[in-house]
Design a protein around this ligand. Sequence first.
Ligand code: FAD
Ligand code: SIN
Length: 556
Amino acid sequence: MNTTNYSSSNLPSQFDIIIVGSGAAGLYATLCLPEKYRVLLVSKDKLRTGSSKWAQGGIAAAIGDDDSPQLHLKDTLHAGAGICDRAAVEFLVENAPSAIDSLLKLGVAFDRKQNKLATTLEAAHSRPRVLHAQDTTGRAIVDILTAKVLAKPNIQVLPQALALSLWLNPQTHRCQGISILHENQIIWLRANAIVLATGGGGQIFAKTTNPSVSTGDGVALAWRSGAVVRDLEFVQFHPTALSQPDAPHFLISEAVRGEGAHLVDIEGRRFAFDYHPQGELAPRDVVSRAIFSHLEKTAPNPANANVYLDLRGIETAKIRYRFPNIIQKCQEWGINLFQQPIPVAPAAHYWMGGVAVDLMNATSIEGLYAIGETASTGVHGANRLASNSLLECIVFAAQLHKLEVETINITEVESLAIETEDWSGEIEEIELIRKKLPAVMWHSAGICRTQSILEEAIVQVSHWRSQLANLEISKYILNLPPNQNIQFQSVAAQAQLKLATETLNLLDIGYLILKSAAFRTESRGGHYRTDYPETSETWQVHTVVEGDVWQTSPIY
Ligand code: FAD
Ligand code: SIN
């Protein structure tokens, strides 16, 4: 078993391919790459940290006798509200059954019913096509993928290594490597291909189901290097995150509603049908807005209010079998879901936008690829269909088995410089911005948006961006000399650089989301404008951003 965990002192300076991120997308891509390549997988925290491990509901695939990829296609396009790229969705749904087959062969233990794979229903699916492993499907997948990755001799793994920047060739603009922060050092690593698999950016919002690593790093790094990013205004707000004082916004899976739980208000009234004929199982954006509107109408303080998810109509044995993790998490917060409804409210859950890629995961920068939630493949459109994300991670990451990389000239890394700088004096200012930013984003670019509030937030976030850019630590990070490894003497440097890097990234993605939301003067899927509540045919286009230029591009 290859358990080589490099320290900075013995880390080679060149790999054929570097994957950034160890969620489902990064792990599966790493496994699929041809074995002839020397691959490095870097991840900014422990290996099994990311949204993938937290995924509950499952992974979608048309495997039932009454189902077909065509029906899965239809549901995905419908949820995507007119801006999915059809070819990308076709690719996704047609490859879904074989992706499941591959996971089964690797040993992922999906639940079974009478010897057949069990499937459940989730919102906006016309068939029960979501495979699951109780309510910890992500963990079941990630555990197996991690074990397989660690067993491969051509793959080296480097946890606790934060990708700081992309390394572009100044003449050709080709991506030729990355800089990372690891063990109090900045290290430059060359590779023939860099694959960003850094997940989403939920931490930009005050209420999110996402883990702390979801700070939008991949999108920020790619955008700063000039890559085209796309559809960043489309954020999915999950209707049912735990809403309990001081508790994290732990996800209460949609599968719970799929199995028959009801959304009720404080009076115990089932209100979702007031807003959509599919009630609780309407598309996610619809249900989240229904909760938002209902609270606006009925609660004295709607911003902090919640509704309830009542599971008491579901058989106790079924709940115990299907949702052990949810039962336990609720118990930890003093809720016995067999006896009382769970307090829930919407929270930012998934970012449909990302780095624009083609079916081979190639971005607009040569040598740079993006997969998983970081990428915009075109499959999710304005609103992702439940359980299509894990599927996208697997189906698109598998494409990397076709990756052919050219050899590039090796330039030896310069000597190691010693850095005595310590930025303690600037940290408080950064922490304050980091603390305030999510509340501004939730208020302005949350479930309901409007021009004047978006513009106020753009002014505020732009101000914070300039403020941060003027700090010495930011100038340092943004102007690192390429190919110069650096050892920090101060033990505090690592934590300071991490905080500043993530805050720079969060501010950049905040700015991109706000500007994109202000740019799109209509409502569609996960982007709802109270001042433009209708969907407009002229806006049936992607929003593409390159540098500071916002444009539209056709749907394919
Ligand atoms: P992640 O799994 O988030 O992994 C990102 C990785 O990148 C992490 O290892 C992180 O540490 C690393 N990283 C980030 N930045 C850097 C950096 N700068 N340098 C180095 N490493 C970095 N989808 C479904 O289809 N079905 C579900 O049931 C489902 N349930 C969900 C439940 C929850 C609570 C959440 C939050 C999401 C859920 N989703 C679900 C969505 C889905 O889990 C994610 O979209 C998907 O797992 C993303 O996978 P990923 O590999 O792209 O990113
Ligand atoms: C859930 O279990 O509700 C999340 C599923 C998803 O995000 O696809």
